[in-house]
Design a protein around this ligand. Structure first.
Ligand code: BDR
Ligand code: CA
Length: 319
């Protein structure tokens, strides 16, 4: 899609969170990505924690000028928010708490429209958190948002078990109204559901290997957050060795479509009742022709994925 020496300009919507943090590191280190901004949100942690974590990761990489834009503080529904300290840590970075004072460029939500307008022909939006902020963007500026060529979402579980309930994946469950707004209004959505991301495992061995080889400013943080993350998954998922880095996979997918099997379908998400957050698509070979042609990733080459992750995470921050 990019290639030929041109950087992909990404706005990353995220709720860091450990795998979100790894995705921010991957974006910062990747020579083919220009990170235009991070839009934070409630989700794995509160919006104030996710904002602080995103800003801290940019500060560590010596990129305090990259805007961190404060997004949604809660979903459209009235339900109380649930955070996930067992998976992501009390503040979102496992056992680590960032200091209170460091340089950062924090902006209110309107900033995202300014950045999209500036880069309308090339910007790609990647949302690896609850979709509330992106849904709000579509609500506030539908005409502008419909011009965004490509939107990537980490979310959903298509005819495989969910993670937050037996049916639903956490991001699509968090605010299904918002997810449906994005799915209904966006030009083209590329979805990386649990079908693939659950298999995008970072093992302890690979995490240690990266730790030993890397000299970049994320080295120490990488060690503690990947250990914390693996501890949780190994406790709750029998036989797993390590933990799935869902949000990293979405960025990998964007840059490596040829290594992934995808199908095109219309998709929507169940809003209420006991099936809340269930992602629905007609996966039959004889499905009705989709109107939207959103794509769903279903298979990938694990070896290529993990080798790519290693090669990016051992880079110095030189961009
Ligand atoms: C998704 O939910 C969050 O916990 C992760 O950061 C990821 O975006 C996986 O279901
Ligand atoms: Ca996330």
């Amino acid at each position: 899609m990019i290639r030929g020496g041109v950087l992909v300009k990404i706005i990353l919507f995220a709720d860091p969170g450990i795998d979100d943090s790894l995705a921010i590191m991957y974006a910062i280190l990747h020579p083919e990505i220009e990170l235009l901004a991070v839009v934070t949100s409630y989700g794995n942690v509160s919006v104030s924690d996710s904002t602080k974590n995103a800003a801290y990761l940019l500060h560590l990489a010596n990129h305090p000028e990259i805007p961190v834009i404060v997004g949604a503080s809660h979903p459209f529904t009235e339900e109380p928010q649930v955070f996930y300290p067992g998976i992501h840590g009390e503040d979102g970075l496992g056992p680590y708490t960032p200091p209170d004072d460091f340089s950062a460029s924090i902006y209110p939500f309107e900033k995202v429209f300014e950045i999209i307008e500036q880069h309308i022909d090339e910007v790609v939006i990647v949302d690896v958190g609850r979709q509330t902020s992106l849904g709000i963007a579509f609500n506030l500026k539908p005409e502008l948002m419909k011009k965004v060529q490509d939107i990537y979402l980490m979310g959903g579980a298509f005819q495989v078990p969910g993670n937050v309930t037996s049916l639903a994946e956490a991001n699509f469950y968090g605010d299904p109204n918002a997810t449906n707004i994005v799915l209904n209004y966006a030009k083209q959505v590329h979805i990386t559901p649990l079908n693939v991301t659950n298999r995008a495992i970072l093992s302890r061995e690979v995490a240690v290997y990266i730790y030993r080889l890397t000299a970049n400013p994320y080295k120490e943080l990488l060690r503690v957050i990947t250990q914390y993350y693996a501890n949780y998954y190994e406790k709750v998922v029998p036989g797993i060795k390590g933990a799935p880095i869902h949000d990293v996979f979405t960025l990998y997918y964007l840059l490596n479509k040829d290594k992934t099997y995808t199908i095109e379908r219309d998709v929507n998400v169940v809003i209420a009742n006991e099936s809340k957050g269930l992602s629905v698509a007609d996966l039959r070979a004889t499905y009705d022709k989709p109107t939207k042609k959103h794509s769903i990733a279903l298979q990938f080459d694990y070896r290529h994925f993990i080798e790519d992750f290693i090669s990016i995470m051992i880079k110095d921050v030189t961009k």
